[in-house]
Ligand binder design. Sequence first.
Ligand code: COA
Length: 167
Amino acid sequence: MIINKTVFRPSSPEDAIAVRAVHRRAFGRDAEAELAIALIEGETETIDMVAKLDSMVVGHVVLSALDGPERSLALGPLAVDPDWRDFKIGTELVRRALEMARRQGWKSAFVLGDPVYYGRFGFKRALAEPVTCAYQGPYLQALELSPGALADYAGPVTYPAPFHAVD
Ligand SMILES: CC(C)(COP(=O)(O)OP(=O)(O)OC[C@H]1O[C@@H](n2cnc3c(N)ncnc32)[C@H](O)[C@@H]1OP(=O)(O)O)[C@@H](O)C(=O)NCCC(=O)NCCS
């Protein structure tokens, strides 16, 4: 099975060109590729993960520290090469990146995306509903990595600056 042959690990600087390319191919434009690189090369603390098949980058995800609840992350962008979709590579990238975040003591994560897709990881619209955020709406969801981390949180959630350049 493809997923059993896929290697998942944090990206290294040598992966930058391939990481940029996988986002460009996945989204069909440059914005998310620029965002992913700006995040992993920028000042904000990040966790990222590449998926490699035969040493070729076929997927990538970034989590970056946001301003808001204590130790909280913004998940995205997430990309899987169109030639390698529906093999659970995206699911495994997110699952492993969230697990790494939990181990590193991060307490929650927010995502802007399809609720059906992100529901599988436990992201909930209800947890994001009370916050004030530029992306507030039906696609903003949140996940507690530490139980109760977002209980009663109704303050601001501000994504890292590179997100502001993306429409
Ligand atoms: C979304 C994406 C990362 C999924 O990668 P993947 O490796 O094919 O995902 P998996 O194999 O783990 O999961 C496939 C599931 O995702 C669903 N899916 C695929 N693209 C989707 C999308 N754009 N929105 C919602 N669900 C999507 C499939 O229907 C499938 O559902 P199932 O498990 O119930 O059958 C990939 O399609 C992609 O890169 N898309 C373009 C970029 C993008 O939209 N990124 C996410 C932005 S929030």
